[in-house]
Design a protein around this ligand. Structure first.
Ligand code: NAD
Length: 443
């Protein structure tokens, strides 16, 4: 008998999907949640965002965008047409059929996973869940979160995963600022806590995303995501280590890499820089590192990659002082312009940005530090209180050093090189500037 009941739940759910009468909730309307909410609304579903920040809720309901990768007109159109709305309250959950969760998964100061947001949302959902619901976690996390952390909390409702509701994990792979690969054309990995959950989740995402990649469990899907981010962290660390060695050996690491990447197979481009930033690469591998300890396993690559990547701002500081020293300038009497605060080009996200660390280190040594970032007009975080300064001729001529920490494409690098007395370019952003050798020092 129970099989028949579950089969009826499944059929009912899939029919709603077919008829597009399914109502979708997205919890957490940030860099991941808002673009997904838009894609689900574009796919024809009625979407409601549940977001604890009332300012964001008000913005969405006014059709105002606050995420770089979304087109303002798409958001305002979907809100106007009544296909997308937002609320701070979880009491809408019983009216929904699918709930996607995209809340932060940070680390605490001891590099331990901080699942407070995921747990809080899951507890809220446990009060409102009803038979036939699909709950899908998209936040990056360690293998086991969906099954070991979320499932018991949701089952406190008295309902059972696989029998009464469906529970899945589907990592978000969004690459902020990427013009080609967006939420809907990036293949989506999906794993359920059982076959019923997988069936429902696969069908759901298949309506929204061009390609869905089913895997055998939520745990596998969780491991896929942390592996992908660990892959990047480790390869960036490898190339950063090469940059440190090339500096000692008097070699230009960028020349080495440009030549190496002409090999058409067996190699993949990664570039050095002032460190790694964003909500993913610096944090996610430590989720795996932490979980591995439960299995008496030490993830040595992750530890080493974190060590090297976190050392890069210190190397930028050292190199900056070497450049100034050659010009007879003491750090404590220098005026330095940090060019780019965002953790990567052409976006406004400063989370974990190595440029912030560079600024703090230079300030500690007594330098006067200014910054310019076309995407971040002011920065009042992490003990800093700074405004982006306009990139005037006077400013560029007046500073002792410009350090390029983010390769924003809108910056006029030939002008920066022409006017500034010296430039430390940690991103090779001045590559196309003729005769830059006179003034530009590369990482
Ligand atoms: N940003 C990326 O490039 C990216 C890419 C892939 C995966 N991820 C992962 O996706 C997850 C979300 O990241 P993000 O960058 O979108 O974060 P974000 O901070 O931009 O957005 C998260 C949103 O969740 C809201 N929130 C927090 N607690 C809540 C609660 N209890 N109820 C309702 N809303 C709540 C926050 O107010 C915020 O608006 C993280 O696990 C991250 O690792 C991020």
């Amino acid at each position: 008998m129970p099989e028949k009941r579950v089969e009826a739940l499944l059929e009912n759910w899939l029919q709603k999907l077919e008829e597009q009468t399914l109502r979708v909730g997205v919890v957490g309307l940030g860099y991941v949640g808002l673009p997904f909410a838009l894609e689900a609304a574009e796919a024809g579903f009625q979407v409601v965002g549940i977001e604890r920040n009332p300012e964001r809720v008000a913005k969405v309901n006014r059709g105002e965008n606050y995420v770089d990768d979304i087109r303002d007109e798409d958001l305002s159109r979907l809100v106007r047409e009544g296909r997308l709305s937002a609320t701070t309250e979880f009491d809408v959950v019983p009216e929904l059929d699918a709930v996607v969760i995209a809340v932060p998964t940070p680390l605490d100061k001891n590099l331990v996973p901080d699942l407070q947001y995921v747990k809080h949302v899951t507890e809220e959902l446990s009060h409102h869940i009803r038979p036939g619901h699909l709950v899908s976690l998209e936040s990056t996390t360690f293998p086991g979160t969906t099954e070991e952390v979320m499932r018991p909390i949701l089952e406190r409702s008295g309902l059972r995963a696989e029998e009464d509701f469906f529970l899945a994990y589907s990592p978000e792979r969004v690459d902020p600022g990427n013009k080609r690969w967006k939420t809907n054309n990036t293949a989506k990995v999906v794993g359920g806590v059982g076959p019923n959950s997988l069936r429902v989740a696969e069908a759901f995402y298949g309506r929204i995303i061009e390609e869905v990649v089913p895997v055998s469990s939520a745990r596998v899907a969780e491991m896929v995501k942390v592996y992908e981010n660990t892959f990047r962290a480790v390869n960036i660390a490898l190339v950063n280590e090469l940059a440190l060695l090339c500096d000692r050996m008097g070699l230009n690491v960028w020349e080495v890499l440009d030549a190496a990447f002409t090999k058409p197979f067996g190699i993949m481009p990664f570039y050095p820089g002032p460190g790694v930033g964003g909500h993913c690469i610096p944090l996610d591998p430590h989720y795996l590192e932490w979980k591995a300890r439960e299995y008496n396993f030490r993830t040595r690559f992750i530890g080493l990659a974190g060590e090297i990547n976190r050392s890069m701002p210190y190397f930028v500081r050292e190199k900056a002082w070497r450049v100034l020293n050659e010009a007879g300038k003491a750090p404590s009497r220098s005026r330095v312009l940090v060019l780019g605060l965002a953790y990567k080009a052409d976006i406004s996200d400063w989370r974990e940005s190595p440029a912030v660390e560079v600024i703090k280190l230079l300030q500690q040594d007594g330098a006067e530090v200014l910054y310019h970032d076309p995407y971040i007009p002011e920065f009042k975080q992490e003990g800093l209180d700074l405004q982006s300064v306009p990139l005037t001729d006077e400013l560029l001529q007046d500073v002792d050093l410009v350090i390029i920490t983010t390769a924003h494409t809108g910056v006029d690098y030939p002008r920066v090189v022409r006017l500034a007395p010296r430039v430390l370019d940690t991103k090779n952003a001045t590559k196309a500037v003729p005769d830059r050798g006179q003034k530009v020092v590369l990482l």
